[in-house]
Ligand binder design. Structure first.
Ligand SMILES: *Cc1c(COP(=O)(O)O)cnc(C)c1O
Length: 482
């Protein structure tokens, strides 16, 4: 059973852990936040962490470790080859996923690189529910093509559909019938679909995909980076999982796949990654690439300390009390924002809350980056750092034309086990204040626009003097409060 606190008749999430190590935070006064964002070219990626109060940029590599993880790091077995630390990680993965072979890699995209090298050939296809940036890059770099087959609900910003990450089976059948099974490098399914709001995939869908792939002789690959949140949603939203334990659901999902890879910057509350393989032939096909690109087969670019932390983190992932905090906090955030009329992606997913900048700032044209403007405005109003996921994150085409994104989102990631409920409530309160001032917020324009990955390094400036007006409104409303 998931635990909630019914204090004062209000349903609030209840942390099933206590904090034993803390890091002091800095909440700069608004004038300094204004200067900091100007210095960062209105790009939240370029802010210094010391100028940020609550860092909701990402959930990658910033999840909180437990006392058990830190203790395990102290007993790590340092060895280039054959360390006991690697054996412990291997055995834990074999226990939870039921696959005998494991190839370590330094992070998720490194696992994707190896999969791409081993399995993708020019002209082959990789159907998937939805792409992730690095997953797609490693497939297209090998001359493969990504086909996104997300169900219709997946791209609707607001929905009641509990499993918006589900792959459209009819579309998968059409693709295989049209191109033939031999053209499919593999089918990739991403648990907790990152770029559409951390939306989960149902066990039902995993099973349908698996059954079809096996009948067609097509390889199936699970990207399990966001599996922890997905497991929580299977358990709480899917009737057939209600009476299963988290380890049972995990095994039921794993049984659907030939290969499982993951970023341990998310799964396992650590830093690292790897590829689990069911079949020895496939394992041997990829094995040679690990020493070539990552490191020897018993560390793959990870430190032994990180491997120990991941082993314990994977064990904790099998404990519902350890994985429910993130999704429950996000659900709280989404409920509270919705109750205030603030446009967000629904239903709540894993990973974070997503503000819909298209509806938040309908007066800002997409060519002036409403999601980028909203992320900058939120930092000024609160010290909270979010990430733009909209037109700014797109790339110009060969003719220099800028594609407009399907969605203009500000992602507010909640790193797992990191924030307290009062910090989340602070963020909600400031977003609410900003929503009341939304008419003041204007757009952004590029001052320096890099050719590739412009969202990482690009520098922008406000269109007009709306930032000054926002600071003045803040002072008028909130006086000397930070
Ligand atoms: C983060 C992520 C990756 C890449 O992992 P890194 O460790 O950041 O390289 C791949 N897939 C998904 C779904 C992710 O969320």
């Amino acid at each position: 059973m998931s635990k909630v606190n019914f204090f004062s008749g209000q349903q609030l999430p209840l942390e099933m852990h206590k904090v034993r190590i803390i890091q002091k935070l800095n909440l700069l006064p608004i004038e300094q936040r204004r200067q900091a964002i100007e210095g960062a070219g209105y790009n939240t990626f370029l802010l210094q962490n010391s100028d940020v109060f609550l860092d909701m940029l990402t959930d990658s590599g910033v999840n909180a470790m437990s006392d058990r993880q830190q203790a395990a790091m102290l007993i790590a077995d340092d060895a280039y080859a054959g360390s006991a630390t690697f054996t412990r990680l291997h055995d834990k993965l074999a226990e939870i996923f039921g696959m005998q072979y494991f190839l370590p890699a330094h992070q998720g995209r490194a696992a994707e690189h190896i999969l791409g090298q081993a399995l993708v050939r020019p002209g082959t296809l990789v159907p998937m529910n939805y792409h992730f940036t690095t997953s797609k890059a490693h497939i297209t770099a090998r001359g493969g093509d990504v086909l996104e087959l997300i169900g219709e609900a997946g791209l609707q910003v607001t929905s009641d559909e509990p499993f918006k990450g589900d792959l459209d089976m009819a579309a998968l059948r059409r693709v295989v019938e049209q191109h033939g099974a031999e053209k499919i490098a593999y089918v990739r399914v991403e648990a907790g679909t990152n770029l559409i709001g951390g939306q989960p995939v149902s066990l039902e869908n995993f099973r349908e995909i698996s059954e079809y792939c096996r009948a067609q002789g097509v390889l199936s690959v699970l990207d399990a980076s966001l599996l922890a949140d997905n497991l929580y949603f299977n358990k709480t939203r899917e009737p057939q999982c209600r009476d299963l334990s988290i380890p049972e659901i995990t095994r039921a999902i794993a049984d659907c796949f030939d290969i499982i890879y993951f970023s341990a910057r998310k799964l396992g509350f650590g830093r690292g990654g790897g590829i689990c393989v069911r079949d020895e032939t496939l394992y041997k096909l990829m094995r040679g690439l690990v020493p070539m690109y990552e490191g020897f087969l018993t560390y793959g670019g990870m430190s032994v300390r990180e491997m120990e932390a991941i082993t314990v983190g994977l064990d904790e992932t099998m404990d519902e009390d350890m994985i429910n905090q993130g999704p429950q906090f996000i659900a709280h955030m989404i409920n509270e924002l919705q109750a205030r009329g603030i446009p967000v992606i629904t239903p709540a997913g894993g990973l974070g809350a997503h503000l819909d900048a298209m509806r938040f700032l309908p007066h800002v044209p997409q060519a002036q980056y409403p999601a980028g403007a909203l992320a900058a405005a939120l930092y000024v109003a609160s010290g909270v750092r979010g990430m733009e996921r909209g037109t700014l994150s797109e790339q110009r085409d060969a003719d220099g034309v800028e594609p407009l994104a399907n969605m203009e989102l500000v992602r507010l990631a909640l790193p797992r086990r990191v924030f307290t409920l009062s910090q989340v409530n602070y963020a909600i309160d400031r977003i609410d204040w900003l929503y009341h001032q939304r008419d003041l917020i204007g757009g952004l324009r590029f001052v320096e626009e890099p050719e590739i990955l412009r969202f990482f390094y690009g520098r922008l400036a406000p269109v007009g003097d709306w930032v000054d007006e926002l600071v003045a409104a803040f002072r008028a409303d909130l006086g000397s409060s930070l």
